[in-house]
Write a protein that binds this ligand. Structure first.
Ligand SMILES: NC(=O)c1ccc[n+]([C@@H]2O[C@H](COP(=O)([O-])OP(=O)(O)OC[C@H]3O[C@@H](n4cnc5c(N)ncnc54)[C@H](O)[C@@H]3O)[C@@H](O)[C@H]2O)c1
Length: 410
């Protein structure tokens, strides 16, 4: 194996660019390539990587060419959700045909659109025989990791393990048309963002050093709603911007779910998540809490140490220079100084590169992505049936939420 890993990206959009920016903090690996159906996008991402000196990257003509290239050791999948299985099948077919060799594959959240597709992703990566990582950045947020450590090492050590975790991700809506389309994305905000919050909750309640499976989900309740974007005025905004018809077939823009777990000794634990595309605030808000018998911790990405104030005469154009999914450019605004670090991308990429270099299976891998997808689908089932659902329901592998079939009517 090369002493430095060469990384190739499938997809060169918003997420790939966050990874490129994070790479200034990653050691022993260079970004060497991009493939995207629009070659100009792949070339522009490669240029960004070269300009940040995170690797001599170039655009590839196909996934197969990237897999076959000797400078590529690992692939990071950052394509839209509906292309996951197709992208993996192409990687695995190329490997099977002896057209290259890879050490590891890392895939963005969610692992797939539904449990059936997520299981297929696991089968394919196992067939490829490579190491694999599930890119859940939020469990690498420095503030979350550090406060979990302190809560467990002081509070839990002296008074008992935590029993309740709360996690939320909220913003005013995604940046590309396919996210809003239930069929291509696999659902609405529940699928898109609760994948983060469910894994943050499970991570917080898992004892340091214990496997994620040490706590076991037993039942799930979920609710979904369209609170904002199916209103006539807002549906028109979406139709003009993204060509989706939320007046007729919306996806949910609000979701909540409660997952009941049991710990190693059968005691109850709860993960409570809420998520929304109908949030108007400064911008993206990630929040989490962990509560134990005599202690609690809380993190909130908008409680920043840095703030700026712009008076009413500072009436410039809209931007995202202060915070992701920024909603305003005036007044008192939080400023997230290093988003790639604070949302967890830097530590995430350092971790997966380290595992792949050492030949070690990451603790957060495709199996965990599958489990998260199974929880998400059970939350949709619960929302559709209006009842608490025991986990794991037998018909999960074939379940496609009504939102993802374009048939949900709120
Ligand atoms: N971890 C996070 O917080 C986070 C944030 C945003 C997005 N994501 C995930 O990252 C993935 C990409 O999202 P994004 O925001 O970059 O989307 P995007 O729409 O900005 O970019 C998608 C990229 O995929 C490319 N693409 C289009 N069709 C493709 C195909 N057939 N095969 C391969 N690539 C194709 C596009 O050219 C584009 O470069 C999604 O799965 C999304 O859920 C994660």
């Amino acid at each position: 194996m090369n002493k430095r890993l060469g990384i190739g990206f499938i997809g060169s959009g918003f997420m790939a660019r966050f990874h490129i920016q994070s790479w200034v903090a990653v050691r022993d690996a260079d970004i060497r390539g991009f493939w995207s159906p629009t070659r100009a996008h792949a070339e522009s991402a490669a240029e960004l990587a070269r300009s940040l000196r995170v690797g001599e990257a170039r655009a590839f003509a196909s996934i197969e060419e990237m897999v076959a290239s000797p400078e590529i050791d690992c692939i990071w999948i950052c394509s839209p959700n509906h292309m996951r299985v197709d992208n993996m099948e192409r990687i695995v077919a190329a490997l099977r045909a002896g057209k290259g060799r890879l050490v590891g594959i890392a895939c963005e959240k969610p692992l797939a659109r539904n449990a059936g597709e997520a299981r297929r992703m696991v089968e394919l990566v196992e067939e490829a025989g490579v190491l694999h990582g599930y890119l859940e950045d939020q469990i690498f947020q420095p503030a979350l990791v550090r406060s979990k450590h302190i809560a467990w090492s002081r509070g839990a050590a002296l008074t008992g393990r935590p029993f309740l975790a709360r996690a939320a991700e909220e913003h005013s809506g995604p940046h590309a048309a396919w996210f809003w389309d239930g069929v291509r994305q696999g659902g609405g905000v529940l699928n898109d963002m609760m994948c983060h919050s469910l894994e943050v909750g499970r991570f917080l309640l898992t004892a340091p050093g214990a496997p994620r499976e040490s706590i076991r989900p037993v039942k799930v309740s979920g609710q979904i709603a369209s609170l904002k974007w199916s209103r006539p005025g807002h549906a028109r905004v979406l139709k003009d911007a993204y060509g989706v018809d939320y007046a007729r077939s919306p996806s949910e823009d609000f979701a909540r779910a409660t997952v009941h777990y049991v710990d190693e000794e059968g005691r109850p634990l709860i993960v409570e998540t809420t998520t929304s595309w109908a949030y108007t605030g400064a911008g993206l808000r990630l929040s989490a809490e962990l509560l134990g018998p005599e202690y609690s911790m809380a993190v909130n990405s908008l409680d920043t140490p840095a703030k700026v104030f712009f008076g009413r005469r500072v009436a410039g154009s809209a931007g995202e220079d202060l915070v992701e999914k920024q909603n305003a450019e005036q007044g008192l605004m939080p400023l997230v100084a290093n988003e790639a670090a604070e949302y967890g991308y830097e530590a995430e990429n350092r971790y997966f590169v380290g595992c792949f270099l050492d030949g070690r299976m990451p603790e957060e891998n495709f199996h965990h992505g599958l489990e998260v997808t199974e929880l998400l689908m059970t939350a949709y089932m619960s929302a559709e049936q209006g009842r608490v659902v025991d986990f794991k329901p037998p018909d999960l592998a074939d379940f496609i939420p009504a939102v993802a079939r374009g048939e949900w009517r709120p």
